[in-house]
Design a binder for this molecule. Sequence first.
Ligand code: UDX
Ligand code: ADP
Length: 465
Amino acid sequence: MKKITKICCIGAGYVGGPTMSVIAKMCPHIKVTVVDINQARIDLWNDSNLEHLPIYEPGLKEIVAATRNKNLFFSTDVDAAIDEAELIFISVNTPTKTFGKGKGQAADLKYIELCARNIAKVASTDKIVVEKSTLPVRTAGAIKNILDNTGQGVRFEILSNPEFLAEGTAIQDLMHADRVLIGGDDTPSGQAAKDALSAIYENWIPKERILQTNVWSSELSKLVANAFLAQRVSSINAISALCEKTEANIQEVARAVGFDSRIGSKFLNASVGFGGSCFQKDILNLVYISQSLGLPEVADYWEQVILMNDYQKRRFAENIISTLYNTVTDKKIVFYGWAFKKDTNDTRESAAIYVADALLEERAHLSIYDPQVKEQTVFRDLDFLNTRTPEENRHLITVAKEPLQDVKDAHAIAILTEWDEFKTYDWEKIYDKMLKPAFIFDGRRLLDKEKMETIGFQYYTIGQV
Ligand code: UDX
Ligand code: ADP
């Protein structure tokens, strides 16, 4: 089996950046080059000030500091990195299509296709090409087709190696992966490629946790794992609505249910709704392929997970409006949190975006504070919805530089992300500054209800009256 000494990763995003950093750290004998067409992003990865890395992940900057320009390199010279590498990870974004066939459901594979064509064009030696981006089932087949038919006679082996890291805990997840999944052909050359990739991970992952499958099982398993996780969140969120109509408390219910070892306690935190770049996109892919393959019952079953999530976000916004006497027009509401979960600066599909949109449609004034999200990102997320003009958004929204900046005379505070620092705020001081009655809408069940009520707040949370 050929030992890999040079790898390249196309795409320096939330998946490619942390994954390659960890590979570089755990495999000092391998040269890892991460390339991206986005010059600004690569410049940030190379910035001497590690606080400027384009991605916030606990533990990431320490690993980059230890490996960068030793065996980890960031570059925009995509062609050179492809040609030099023996193994190429494709880790580009695959957003949901916003137009044409499969609009709103299917993944847009244009970046993947461009990558494959680029590899075909410049590769002058045999390569193992590994799909790392989350992709619909059978994408490997499409990549192989492009590579085999437009290449220069070099041999390509295509593997699927889905990423299971969760943002906010990416480094831990990569270092101590529950499993690594490698899908590839069962031919002798396919087996050799799977073994070569496996050998990289074996530098730090126990071999029994490295699972080999055929390509399609690997691709489908990624979608299914995310669908199952998201389904748990939607299931508990559905029950949270029921708890709010009864004396049941969602935390107590989740605990009691989770104690059943067949069910388990993880991913049962009721919330304002799941976000992130994966859950919704992967389920939509599952729905789309099920429909396309003539399985409408399967499609409808999984689609319900997303409909429940939409309902949860809508319900949270409606609860704010109805509690504030059915009008939020010209009222100031302070948002704590914009990222889709704590410990990340990623805001893709964050519930905060949709809750904000609903309130802005009622002409509320929002002040948004998130410890890691930049002002331009908040405006980009809201402008992208196209519900209002960019000017209207800037008129209605302030992005606060520090948490207490806009609490004076605020009608309500809404907690959208479970950042630990929110728990440590001086809530008495915040209460004093706010208009009375002062409301908190805790979309993350982060604060203690009794404590908040003792201070004087009118406190509302998910799944508890
Ligand atoms: C997910 C998968 O966990 C990961 O394996 C895959 O590789 C990518 O998709 P990620 O989206 O980064 O990871 O974060 P995750 O921790 O799964 O959270 C997703 C969303 O669900 C967040 O908005 C989170 O706040 C929400 N969530 C999670 C809940 O609301 N309740 C829970 O109990 C768990
Ligand atoms: P993910 O969460 O999947 O990592 P990101 O959007 O964070 O997604 O990162 C994907 C990266 O891939 C982006 O930085 C984008 O510029 C890069 N990219 C997309 N297409 C190409 C391409 N053809 N060549 C190189 N980089 C690409």
